[in-house]
Each structure stands twice: as structure tokens, then as C-alpha cells.
Write a protein that binds this ligand. Structure first.
Ligand SMILES: CC(C)(COP(=O)(O)OP(=O)(O)OC[C@H]1O[C@@H](n2cnc3c(N)ncnc32)[C@H](O)[C@@H]1OP(=O)(O)O)[C@@H](O)C(=O)NCCC(=O)NCCS
Length: 167
């Protein structure tokens, strides 16, 4: 497997692979997202390229893109933090591995590689499902509880990491 941090010219050609990967990765539990949602996820990704601190890490195998993780520095997650102890954070926005390649350590490697040079604190929003929350807790994240996303009816789990690995 090859893990790479990509910058803008290389990212331009990834669109179709990202859509296919997201459609597969988010079709299963707990997300059960329709395939069309993958296009929105990837549109949001391309709209984020100019954000401060943007970072993308991809995992490649012989058969193509196996997974990706990206994030940027933002105040959105921090504004949802009930303690309001800081103004902005590195937000881990998406982490996804193709179902063909899950359970082989690729997700953890992508997570660690993306965060290796990301500033602290780090925050993420994820599904309320307990297995995802416990996965991130094992990977060093603290569960800050459920938050309602302003302007939507979604409730997601807010998590924070100070960058100290529990491993
Ligand atoms: C979550 C995800 C990125 C993990 O990738 P992966 O390559 O399978 O992860 P790894 O092989 O590095 O780690 C496997 C661990 O993840 C756990 N795991 C895998 N998929 C999981 C899921 N959907 N929910 C909870 N835990 C999961 C395994 O139990 C295993 O735990 P362990 O390390 O304690 O044994 C991958 O399952 C995925 O893309 N899921 C769909 C998208 C998603 O939910 N992304 C994260 C939230 S944005």
C-alpha cells in the first residue's frame, strides 16, 4: 500500500475515484447513504481545497484508491463545543476506506498520517453510532457528546483529540 499526502494538481484528477469510494463506503451501516450523497460529499471536498490548513492523505493499492482522509482548520466544530474553551481546531472532515479493503489497518494508517502534522486541538463530527464513537475513542479521541447541527435536523457526535495517541 502507498500512503500519500496530495496537493492541488494531483487532487484534480481524483473526482471519479472519490465519488465511487464514498458511494461504497457510506452505503453500509451506520450511514446507509444513497449513492447520490457521494457526489455532495465530493463537491464539499473540492470546495474545501483553499481552506486554511487543508490536508489530504490517500491510500493506494494496485487496484486504485483504497481510502482517503482530509481536514482543515475551522471554527465550526469548536463553536459546537459545549465548553467553548477555544476558537478553532483542525477538523477531521472525512475518513473513508473502500469496503473491499476495510479491517486491514488502512483506516488507522490514514488517520495517523493525516494527523501527524495537523495542529491541535483536533475535532470531528461523526455518526451517533456507538461503534464509531468507540473506534475514535480507541484512537485517542474524547467524546464531547451529541450536538444538533445548526440549520439542519441532524444530530451528530462531537469528538476532540489533543493529539496525544493512546496507542
Ligand atoms: C471507519 C473506517 C474508516 C475504518 O477503516 P478500516 O480500514 O476498516 O479501519 P482499520 O482496519 O484501520 O481499523 C479497524 C478497526 O475499525 C473498526 N471498524 C471498522 N469499521 C467500523 C465501523 N463502521 N464502525 C465502527 N468500527 C469500525 C474495527 O472494529 C477495527 O477495530 P480495532 O482496531 O479495535 O480492531 C471504515 O470502516 C469506513 O470507511 N467506514 C465507512 C465510512 C465511515 O464511517 N467513516 C468514518 C466516519 S466519518
Amino acid at each position: 500500500m502507498i500512503l500519500e499526502d496530495l496537493s492541488c494538481p494531483e487532487i484534480d484528477g481524483l473526482r471519479e475515484e472519490l465519488i465511487a469510494l464514498c458511494a461504497q463506503a457510506f452505503a453500509g451501516e451506520p450511514w446507509r447513504e444513497p449513492p447520490a450523497r457521494a457526489v455532495k460529499v465530493v463537491d464539499r471536498f473540492y470546495e474545501s481545497l483553499d481552506r486554511p490548513g487543508f490536508r489530504l492523505t490517500v491510500a493506494r493499492l494496485d487496484d486504485g484508491l483504497a481510502g482517503f482522509a482530509y481536514g482543515y482548520v475551522d471554527s465550526f466544530c469548536a463553536s459546537l463545543d459545549p465548553s467553548r474553551s477555544f476558537g478553532e481546531a483542525f477538523e477531521l472532515v472525512e475518513l473513508a476506506v473502500s469496503p473491499l479493503h476495510q479491517g486491514r489497518g488502512i483506516g488507522r494508517k490514514l488517520h495517523d498520517a493525516l494527523l501527524a502534522q495537523a495542529p491541535s486541538p483536533r475535532m470531528l463530527l461523526t455518526h451517533q453510532a456507538l461503534d464509531l464513537r468507540s473506534l475514535y475513542a480507541r484512537w485517542g479521541w474524547r467524546d464531547l457528546g451529541d450536538v444538533v447541527i445548526p440549520g439542519s435536523e441532524s444530530t451528530l457526535a462531537l469528538m476532540m483529540s489533543t493529539g496525544v495517541s493512546l496507542r
